[in-house]
Design a protein around this ligand. Structure first.
Ligand SMILES: [Zn+2]
Length: 115
């Protein structure tokens, strides 16, 4: 099942922008596949140079980073969040959930119309 992620989602009442990016220079500079800025209320997930499974897992990781900041005062370490994201990923894989940004679905539909 494809889960279409809108450009903005609410986390703890804040609007977090969700950006599935491709070959993002900032992320590449940090050797990261994702980033969560709780100051900018922004989540970025690399989706161009990784597998869809990796994109899914990174998205879950960054969601947990936001939840950690908003609800747990940042008490969880990055390593603990990484372990939890693997656990959640295993569950979402079981149900064949695929996270994509909503416009990616529109692109697919557009391609199908042209065929
Ligand atoms: Zn992290």
């Amino acid at each position: 099942m494809i889960i279409s992620i809108p450009a903005t989602i609410k986390i703890a009442g804040f609007d977090y922008s969700i950006n599935f990016v491709k070959h993002d220079k900032e992320l590449q500079g940090d050797c990261a596949y994702g980033e969560c800025s709780n100051v900018l209320r922004r989540i970025k997930v690399e989706s161009g140079s990784t597998t869809q499974q990796e994109t899914n897992k990174v998205f879950l990781h960054e969601l947990l980073e936001a939840l950690n900041c908003c609800y747990l005062d940042g008490q969880l370490t990055h390593e603990q969040i990484e372990r939890l994201s693997y656990g959640l990923h295993q569950i979402t894989e079981q149900f064949q959930l695929t996270f994509v940004q909503s416009e990616h679905i529109r692109e697919v539909h557009k391609c199908k119309k042209n065929v």
